[in-house]
Each structure stands twice: as C-alpha cells, then as structure tokens.
Ligand binder design. Structure first.
Ligand code: ADP
Ligand code: MG
Length: 245
C-alpha cells in the first residue's frame, strides 16, 4: 500500500574534503512521517539541502517519484512537489496571513488564469482549508509580523501546503515553541502526513515520539540506527552518541 516516494542512495557531499554526508542510504514511503535526529553537525540540514537542490551532492543519487533530483535545479525540484521549510520562519511580515497564503498558491500559466487569479474559487477554498489546518482561521486579516513565533512557523507550513507538495521537509519546526504550540504542531504534522510524505528534523524527543512513524539517527554523516522510536531510543549506540548527552 505504501510505495517508495524518495530513495537516497550512496549520497556523499564533501566540503573541502570533510564529508558532511557520507555514503548515506535513506528511504521515505508515501504517507510516511520520517524523523531525522542526531547530534549537532551530524549532517541533518545538509541532507535536506541536497534533497531540495540547495546543495549539490559530490556523489550518489536522490530519486523522487522517478525523478533524479540531484540533476535538477532548486526551482524545478520545488515544482516537482518537494517543499522545504528552513529553521527560521520565512514569512512576509508586512503582508497579512491571507496574503502570505495567497502568494504561495501556484499560479496558472495561461493568461486567463492569471487575470482571474485573485478571485479564483479554488484559491479561496485552499486558503480557508489551510488556514484551518494551521490554526490561523481567525487571523487571516492580521499582519504576519504581528504573529507569535509559533504562529509564524505554522504560517510558513501553510504556505508550503498551498503548493500541495508530495514531500514536505521541515527543519526543527518546534524550536522556540511553547508546550501547547508543540502539541498543536504534532497534531498538524500527523494530519499533513495523511496525504503526503514528511521528513522532520527535530531535537525534542517527546515531540519525536508523538509524531514519528520511523526515525533515522544520523551521526557524522552516516546512518547510525533506523527504526521505530521505541527501538531507536533504547539502542545503546544512540544513547551513547546522542540521548545520553
Ligand atoms: P546538523 O543540521 O545535523 O546540525 P549540518 O548539516 O548543518 O548539521 O552540518 C553538518 C556539517 O557540515 C557541519 O560540520 C557543518 O559545519 C558542515 N557544513 C554544512 N554546510 C557546509 C558548507 N556549505 N560548507 C562547509 N561546511 C558545511
Ligand atoms: Mg541543522
């Protein structure tokens, strides 16, 4: 029932001889919520950078729904259905929540589509649906700059959802969030993963436990352990390099 959406094989990137990712194999299924953990400098962000095309691998392949992402440019990868959220929220502070969502909606390529773009019923529907998912239905008219840090994180997730990516990648989405916001974010991510694959990088173990279908532990650019959180957190190698500190 779950086909493979992403397969990363023998992936290596070397920065001046230092291998930030070293012969990594990494797979994500459809509708899988896959969390990547590991100590600082393990290569987690670099892995996402390569999947989204920001960094080109030194060697290896990144196959996404039959496409070779390592041969594509960043904007082509986005268009192919890969959404990436960076660590700090990137929203347009001067625009309202609604406008931030609206500008993220993929534009139709034909002239008629762009003329009627603003009043497009499909757009209205997408904004209302996604605003509800990200807990911002009652904030649509508010300037994004006035939102809390957690709400900005949700808005950026919403902006990515407007593009309906088949694979969504989030780098430390709950950093700086309150306990309540973390709980809501866990709920949001579980909901999001019902229709797509999600890769999350996170440090908060309680949060990871509450969302992960599968956990990969990276250490020095290599895969240390992989499996369900219940197994990973008891693995002595993980305790030694990560959880123990
Ligand atoms: P993590 O996200 O797991 O904390 P990163 O992927 O950010 O780790 O970094 C992995 C290692 O690669 C670190 O030692 C970092 O300094 C190095 N690194 C990342 N990007 C670059 C780059 N563009 N140039 C040189 N070194 C880099
Ligand atoms: Mg990082």
């Amino acid at each position: 029932m779950n086909g493979l959406v992403l397969s990363v094989e023998n992936l290596t990137v070397s920065f001046d001889g230092f291998k930030a990712i070293d012969e990594l194999n990494f797979y994500v299924d459809a509708n899988e919520l896959h969390v990547v953990i590991g100590p600082n400098g393990a290569g987690k962000t670099t892995l996402l950078d390569m999947i989204c095309g920001k960094t080109k691998p030194t060697s290896g392949t990144i196959c996404f729904n039959g496409l070779h992402l390592e041969q594509m440019l960043e904007y082509q990868i986005t268009r192919a259905g890969v959404g990436r959220k960076f660590q700090n929220p990137m929203v347009y502070e001067e625009l309202t929540v609604e406008e931030n969502l609206e500008i993220s909606y993929p534009r139709k390529r034909d002239v008629l589509g762009s003329l009627f773009f603003r009043r497009d019923a499909a757009l209205r529907e997408a904004i209302d649906e996604i605003a509800g998912k990200i807990f911002l239905s009652d904030q649509l008219g508010r300037r994004a700059g006035l939102l809390s840090h957690g709400q900005k994180q949700w808005l950026e997730i919403g902006m990515l959802l407007m593009q309906d990516p088949a694979l969504l990648m989030l780098d430390e989405p709950v950093a700086g969030m309150s306990a309540k916001e973390r709980e809501l974010t866990a709920e949001l991510l579980r909901e999001i993963a019902r229709g797509r694959s999600v890769i999350v990088i996170e440090h908060d173990m309680e949060f990871v436990r509450s969302i992960a279908h599968k956990v990969t532990v990276l250490h020095q650019g290599r895969k240390l352990v992989e499996g369900p959180m219940s197994a990973v957190q008891q693995d002595p190698r993980v305790v030694e390099v990560y959880l123990g500190h």
